[in-house]
Design a protein around this ligand. Structure first.
Ligand code: FAD
Length: 303
């Protein structure tokens, strides 16, 4: 109840005030700030994936501006030799306005990343986007087999079957490459698992399926039991270190992050930045009022 109240009223607080607790989770407003945050993570032997905030656009001019920004990000990040890759949300390029334009813009970005032998991760958005985003992956992977991958959400009931269906995209030379996460959007119970234990169980089932089928997996979670379950699967099947990595969001659970690294596993951090941080923070809160706990905590706990 309290969380919900915070989530609903936050957009009306002064921006400066909201920044006080958003700054822990966002690298800044500019490319330079994102580069600095990424360099600091690289120094800790953590690779990154950078994300420009700005989904939910209302016209295709914004889509083009986002595409141009991503091309600039790639240019700058490659120039600075940041160890990392690129994440994007297709709605930032007009997925729900004009899917062909969206495809062309994302294709340009993937082509640019491919010039540097690098990689673009297509984030998974809410359920109306899932088929469209799988379609994007299919088209792009046909042209850039090693340079593009998708996110899948364990809370969606369809995901297990989607993974089976997408195995036709897999080859030994260019494995399918997923980020597996629980899923952040509020979805109806008809299509999504709702219980914590059930979502965790599905996460680990999806993970085991992917690893046994030789997919590359970014294991994206801050949840200790899921991390432990993942490590057990990796050990049980003797999965080689080059077939997976752990992933976390910028600023979230750095202690667990360090423990995973100390256990000898690869870690990547998702670095969101951009002028749209205010909308991003307040929207995420509305989607998931439980986040208010973390935000309130970050107001009082420094570091
Ligand atoms: C690298 C990465 C990329 C992602 N990409 C997507 C995507 O493309 N699409 C999508 O739908 N979702 C995405 N997510 C979000 C994901 O789906 C979950 O909503 C989110 O990670 C929380 O789930 P969890 O596995 O950490 O477990 P939870 O059970 O939600 O959390 C476990 C514990 O982690 C800590 N924690 C979790 N989240 C936070 C937070 N924000 N701030 C502070 N502490 C926190 C808390 O201690 C909490 O108790 C991504 C997550 C990561 C890590």
């Amino acid at each position: 109840m309290f969380n919900k109240l915070i989530a609903q009223t936050l957009p009306y607080f002064p921006k400066k005030f909201v920044w006080l607790f958003s700054k822990k989770y966002i690298a800044g407003e500019t490319i330079d700030e994102a580069i600095l945050a990424s360099q600091q993570l690289n120094e800790k032997d953590i690779s990154i994936t950078v994300d420009l905030l700005g989904e939910f656009i209302t016209n295709l001019d914004e889509a083009k501006a986002n595409k141009d920004q991503y091309l600039e990000i790639i240019k700058q990040f490659e120039l600075k030799k940041i160890r990392g890759n690129y994440s994007l949300k297709p709605t930032s390029f007009g997925l729900l306005l004009d899917k062909d334009t969206c495809y062309n813009y994302i294709r340009e970005i993937v082509a640019k990343a491919a010039e540097h032998d690098n990689f673009v991760r297509i984030d998974m958005e809410d359920s109306p986007c899932v088929d469209l985003e799988i379609e994007l992956l299919r088209k792009l992977k046909a042209e850039f087999p090693k340079n593009v991958g998708l996110v899948v959400q364990a809370y969606l009931k369809r995901t297990a079957q989607d993974l089976v269906d997408m195995m036709d995209l897999h080859t030994d030379e260019a494995p399918v490459n997923y980020r597996l996460c629980k899923g952040i959007y509020v979805e109806p119970k008809e299509i999504a698992y709702k219980e914590y234990e059930e979502i965790n169980a599905k996460f680990l089932e999806n993970l085991e399926y992917l690893l046994l089928n030789k997919a590359y997996v970014g294991i994206a979670t801050h949840d200790r039991p899921v991390v432990k379950g993942a490590m057990e699967i990796i050990k049980k099947h003797n999965i080689p270190n080059d077939q997976f990595e752990f992933q976390m969001l910028y600023g979230v659970t750095p202690e667990l992050r360090k423990e995973i690294q100390d256990a000898g596993f690869k870690m990547r951090v998702y670095v969101p930045y951009g002028k749209e941080w205010f909308g991003y923070s307040t929207r995420r809160l509305k989607e998931n009022p439980k986040m208010a706990n973390h935000i309130i905590k970050s107001l009082f706990v420094k570091g």
